[in-house]
Design a protein around this ligand. Structure first.
Ligand code: HEM
Length: 172
C-alpha cells in the first residue's frame, strides 16, 4: 500500500535526500515570498544608508529586494529550480535567501513545514493524475502568474503549496 511505502521512508531521507524537490520548494518560496519584514530598533540610535534610525523606530524591509534581485537571480520572475543546483552568478557569493528568515529569529517551524510540503507533494504526485487546465479545459499558455494585488492570494503557506503544485505539473 502507498501509505505503508511512504511511511517506510525515514524522516532523514525526506529531509536530506530529495534535492530536486528541495530546490522546487526553495524556488517557489523565492518567487512567492516577497513580503515585508518588520523590525523595531530596541537599542540605541543607528544610521543605515545615511538614514538615522532612532530607538523605538520601526523598519520595514521588502523581501523582494533580495528574492527578485536580477543580480543574484537572472530572470527573477522565471520559476527555475535548477538555479539552486548551479553556483550563484555573483562570484564568491551564495544566493541570498530570506524564505525562512535569518539570524536569531528565523522560522522555528521550518523543518516541520518542509516535511509537510514534501509529504503533500509526494501524495499528490503518486496518488493522482493531473492536467493543468484553464477555464476552457486547455493547458494554459502562458502559465498563470500570481496576482500580487489579489487579497485572496495573501496566505503565504497556501500560495506556496498551490504554486509548487502548479509548477511541478507544468514541468512534468
Ligand atoms: C511554508 C511554511 C512557513 C514559512 C514560509 C515560514 C516562514 C517564516 C519566516 C520568513 C519567518 C521569519 C519572519 C521574520 O524574520 O520576521 C518565520 C518565523 C517563525 N515561524 Fe515560520 N514559516 C512557515 C511555517 C511555520 C510553522 C509550521 C511554524 C510552527 C510550527 C512556524 C513558526 C515560526 C515561528 C515561531 C517564527 C518566529 C521565530 C522567532 O521570532 O524567533 N513557521 N517563519
Amino acid at each position: 500500500m502507498l501509505r505503508e511505502k511512504l511511511g517506510a521512508i525515514p524522516v532523514s531521507a525526506w529531509e536530506n535526500e530529495l534535492p530536486i524537490l528541495e530546490a522546487c520548494i526553495r524556488e517557489t518560496q523565492r518567487i512567492v515570498e516577497t513580503l515585508a519584514l518588520l523590525r523595531r530598533n530596541v537599542r540605541e540610535e543607528m544610521e543605515i544608508c545615511g538614514q538615522v534610525v532612532k530607538r523605538g523606530d520601526f523598519l520595514v524591509y521588502s523581501m523582494a529586494e533580495v528574492h527578485l534581485n536580477p543580480e543574484y537571480y537572472p530572470e527573477p520572475h522565471k520559476w527555475d529550480p535548477g538555479r539552486w543546483l548551479r553556483p550563484s552568478p555573483v562570484p564568491n557569493s551564495v544566493y541570498p535567501f530570506l524564505g525562512w528568515g535569518v539570524g536569531r529569529h528565523s522560522c522555528t517551524g521550518m523543518k516541520v513545514a518542509k516535511l509537510e510540503i514534501k509529504l503533500v507533494a509526494a501524495l499528490f504526485l503518486t496518488r493522482y493524475e493531473f492536467d493543468l487546465v484553464d477555464k476552457d479545459g486547455k493547458f494554459p499558455d502562458p502559465l498563470p502568474v500570481p496576482d500580487r494585488n489579489d487579497s485572496q492570494q495573501v496566505s503565504v503557506e497556501l500560495r506556496i503549496g498551490c504554486l509548487i503544485g502548479i509548477h511541478l505539473l507544468s514541468s512534468a
